[in-house]
Design a protein around this ligand. Structure first.
Ligand code: HEM
Length: 500
């Protein structure tokens, strides 16, 4: 009986598709030929998807389509098409797919990033913009940022006094985690040696699961394979452990005798909103928002600092220029804050140039079409996955001169910014799905970077040349440098003067 029902269902889908093809001419974007059933999955390079898509673009043009199992995929990679997707037709393209890992980790789409587009999503996004990451809130977190940066600088200073090679990637990662934990729930959750705590490994596992391949997503009839491979139980276990962890944080905050912390953290704000009943928030909503803050908020800033230091080490002329500017502008100040950086033109240009060449999330976060749309005469069906390749757009020779070269000078006197209005530079996306944590992320990134450049001169370990520094990425939503950046730090006179 089950077999007959299955057979009838397949036939119905087949005839509906035939009908659709006969009645409406369908003109999809061009793309590589795939195999029956699996589509283009066998050709896909999951280790560097942004590079793989860029290469395909050279053959098929700035918009092309692929098929991953049962999912239609469209990739766009020019400023003009990004504008079409993220601004002109934003309403059609602002959905997010409901994939197995994402659904479970986001408490069935209760968070900001994966809530299906609609009333709830609009409200929670507004809350994030107005209450969680507003400029005022970012300013109120400044003492946390500054304290965490100072801790990092002290560690570097200690390592530099003993001429040890410094693993900057580890240090930055540790800084960013502590910073976001204190912003989100008022505690550092790191042991004193800076080694990974249980929470760190849980978040890393959650990050991996967000981008892991679940067979059920692409081959719905073969979901049972995810059980066999252990993917489902891995997901269940991580979600359960994280849920316990969030429960503990929330209970701490609900404790009537909770000592009044110096400033409101994000859990405080969410619990207050829950009490006010301005939106029907439950504890699951709070946990889902915490989850996305940890996934989206910690690693992005630290990855950006590492990419900037990598580019500066490879381009000593730019390194000298940015250090000279910083040291001249911030003479003899005991500590640097974000306000000191506002007028530093070259520093700001270095930041933009790194966003252009090494955007932390090179494919943004995958979008999904809500309804049938047409772009440049090509038809795109509802529920198509859409990748906007910000990495390729940043290197498009139609938008940039000498696009592969790190040249901050290109931004001097230019009005191009990364805030979502200039589509040739979109490291935070644009439109309805633009990153709400942009101000917070940039503040942490710039403060950590400025301190590293101000207090220390940086050298490569002996025997290494600048050409030896690789720029290979690790796979994942956030693009990290695959091999850690390891350097020697020399304290400058400024540092010695400050601590004397
Ligand atoms: C340098 C740091 C950061 C970069 C480069 C970055 C980049 C991005 C990008 C590209 C998107 C996707 C936009 C799209 O799909 O069109 C995004 C979304 C998001 N980001 Fe960020 N981000 C950063 C920092 C942060 C921080 C600090 C937070 C919060 C603590 C945050 C929270 C979010 C959230 C909640 C979304 C989902 C927005 C939505 O779907 O409506 N991000 N981010």
């Amino acid at each position: 009986m089950l077999f007959i029902l299955f057979f009838v269902a397949i036939l119905t889908v087949f005839f509906l598709r035939q009908n659709h093809r006969k009645n409406e001419p369908f003109h999809p974007p061009p793309g590589p030929k795939g195999l029956p059933f699996i589509g283009n999955l066998h050709q896909f390079d999951a280790s560097k998807p942004h590079v793989y898509f860029t290469e395909l673009g050279k053959i098929h043009g700035p918009i092309f389509s692929l098929r991953f199992g049962s999912k239609q995929v469209v990739v766009v990679q020019s400023a003009k098409l990004a504008k079409e997707v993220l601004q002109t037709q934003d309403r059609n393209f602002c959905g997010r797919p409901s994939m197995v890992g994402i659904q479970k980790l986001s408490y069935n789409g209760l968070d900001i990033a994966f809530a299906p587009y609609g009333e709830y999503q609009k409200k929670i996004k507004k809350i994030s913009v107005v209450h969680l990451f507003s400029s005022k809130r970012v300013e109120s977190f400044a003492p946390i940022r500054e304290e965490e940066v100072s801790r990092m600088i002290e560690k570097i200073s200690f390592l530099s006094s003993t001429s040890q090679i410094i693993n900057l990637s580890d240090l930055l990662s540790s800084f960013a985690r502590s910073n976001i934990c204190r912003v989100a729930f008022g505690k550092r959750y790191k042991d004193d040696e800076g080694s990974s705590s249980k929470f760190d490994s849980l978040i890393r596992e959650a990050e991996a699961l967000f981008t892991s391949l679940f067979i059920s997503d692409y081959f719905p009839y073969f979901g049972w394979l995810d059980k066999l491979t252990g993917q489902f139980s891995r997901l269940e276990k991580t979600c359960k452990d994280l849920d316990d962890f969030y429960e503990e944080i929330i209970n701490d905050h609900l404790e009537p005798n909770k000592s009044n912390s110096e400033r409101e953290d994000i859990v405080d704000v969410l619990l207050q909103l829950m009490k006010d009943r301005s939106l029907e928030l439950t504890l699951d909503h709070v946990k889902a928002v915490l989850m996305i803050i940890f996934i989206a908020g910690a690693d992005t800033s630290s990855a950006m600092v590492i990419w900037t230091m990598t580019e500066l080490m490879k381009n000593p002329h730019s390194m000298k220029k940015v250090q000279d500017e910083l040291r001249e502008a911030i003479q003899n100040k005991v500590s640097i804050n974000n306000n000191d950086l506002v007028k530093l033109e070259y520093f700001k240009a270095v930041v933009k140039e790194t966003f252009r060449l090494q955007p932390a999330t090179p494919l943004l976060v995958v979008h999904e079409t809500i309804r049938k749309s047409t772009i440049e005469g090509y038809d795109i069906l509802p529920k198509t996955l859409v990748y906007v390749n910000a990495w390729a757009i940043g290197r498009d020779p139609n938008s940039w001169k000498e696009p592969e070269n790190f040249m901050p000078e290109r931004f001097l006197g230019s009005s191009i910014d990364f805030k979502g209005n200039d589509f040739e530079l979109i490291p935070f996306g644009a439109g309805r799905r633009i990153c709400p944590g942009m101000n917070l992320g940039v503040a942490s990134y710039e403060l950590a970077l400025a301190n590293l450049l101000y207090y220390f001169d940086w050298e490569l370990p002996s025997g290494l040349r600048k050409e030896d520094i690789d720029i290979d990425p690790l796979p994942g939503i956030t693009m990290h440098k695959k091999n850690p950046l390891c350097l020697l730090a020399k304290k400058t006179n400024i540092y010695n003067y400050m601590i004397s």
